[in-house]
Design a binder for this molecule. Structure first.
Ligand SMILES: NC(=O)c1ccc[n+]([C@@H]2O[C@H](COP(=O)([O-])OP(=O)(O)OC[C@H]3O[C@@H](n4cnc5c(N)ncnc54)[C@H](O)[C@@H]3O)[C@@H](O)[C@H]2O)c1
Length: 324
């Protein structure tokens, strides 16, 4: 085991965490994961026996676990959450506790204990209804779901902790993530459409005019890794994570799918309107950290389609791949 301080990754067994954790280990870091394994242990299965990985099966809502989690740690990547509008709507109380109140309580404890860098996984869905603007970190937020609201409240709570000892929060607002992960999710739009295209030969796109910024899960992991070492942004510590090239209207996914899943039938279902539309600027993270996406949506469709055809994702329509 190396004698560096471990990086604490909460929610490290999840969709993003299970891509990030091996990446950190490969770079020679020690990693401590805290997770309540809501979606099983598949995400970390391949890392069993890793010397530099410590796993705490704990629920972050229990304040008694906070000290144990941050013992000897000066950097935290906080991914643990009830993720998605549906999952939050299913159990509002647990969502509010996990995503907001316990997140802030945990960060407060971490700040008081001298944790410096605290990287928080927020979401571009806090922008809600973007209309035709291109949204920057300074744009007004209009969260349209409990999930987005809880993420915004957590952001506010973390911002209030600036000034407590050396606490340096970095708030990353991710676009909608896609791509293969050891803890696969098929409730994310690119992943789901690819699943339907390959398994059923038919895809329905609802509405289609909505804008979304998409970002590959490995690029998210790269941004999280950069957030451990890059200087905190001057002024506001909020950064959108994605790439200007990767804002799509959902209808644009039609061409991407047709090109990679030959013969797929795509039906566009007119929908009253999905108010959640946001087109996002990623200028700031590019200017400050030189961050650009290394993968495009088409690459993600390609890799997922290949994995499905190869049978490497067992029983892909199983409920375990969706959060609600
Ligand atoms: N996937 C996306 O498109 C996306 C987009 C924007 C932001 N995010 C943010 O990224 C983070 C990770 O998302 P994901 O897609 O990996 O989700 P996920 O649901 O796959 O993983 C979340 C993990 O958190 C754990 N967890 C939940 N409650 C916990 C608790 N009380 N204590 C300990 N562990 C707990 C779960 O067991 C799970 O392993 C979340 O904070 C989410 O809000 C994700």
């Amino acid at each position: 085991m190396n004698d560096e301080r471990p990086v604490l990754v909460t929610g490290g067994a999840g969709y993003i965490g299970s891509v990030l954790v091996p990446m950190l280990l490969e770079q020679g870091r020690r990693v401590r994961v805290l997770d309540r394994f809501l979606h099983g242990g598949q995400g970390l299965e391949a890392l069993r026996g890793e010397r530099d990985l410590e796993v705490l099966t704990r629920d972050l809502r229990d304040p008694r676990v906070h000290d144990e989690a941050i013992e000897g740690v000066d950097t935290v990547i906080h991914l643990a959450a009830i993720v998605g509008d549906k999952a939050c709507a299913q159990n509002e109380e647990v969502a509010v506790q996990t995503n907001w109140t316990s997140t802030v309580a945990f960060a407060r404890r971490a700040a008081a204990a001298g944790v410096r860098r605290f990287v928080f996984a927020s979401t571009c869905s806090v922008y809600g209804e973007g209309r035709d603007e291109i949204l920057t970190e300074e744009s007004p937020v209009r969260p349209l779901s409990l999930y987005a609201e809880t993420r915004r409240h957590a952001e506010e709570g973390l911002l209030e902790l600036i000034g407590v000892k050396d606490f340096e929060p970095v708030l990353l607002r991710f676009g909608t993530v896609y791509g293969l992960s050891p803890r696969m999710r098929f409730d994310l739009v690119v992943n789901l459409l690819t699943l339907h295209a390959v398994q059923r030969g038919k895809v329905s796109i609802f509405g289609g005019k909505q804008w979304r910024p998409f970002v590959h899960v490995r690029d998210i992991a790269r941004a999280l890794e950069m957030a451990l070492t890059e200087p905190a942004p001057d002024g506001s510590p909020i950064l959108n994570v994605g790439d200007n090239m990767e804002n799509y209207q959902l209808l644009d996914l039609r061409e991407e799918l047709e090109a990679r899943v030959p013969g797929v039938r795509i039906e566009v279902v007119p929908e009253a309107s999905d108010p959640r539309t946001y087109r996002v600027s990623f200028d700031r993270i590019e200017r400050l950290w030189g961050f650009r996406a290394s993968k495009r949506v088409g690459d993600g469709i390609e890799e997922i389609a290949r994995a499905l055809r190869a049978g490497s994702i067992p029983d892909p329509e199983n409920r375990r791949y969706v959060n609600a």
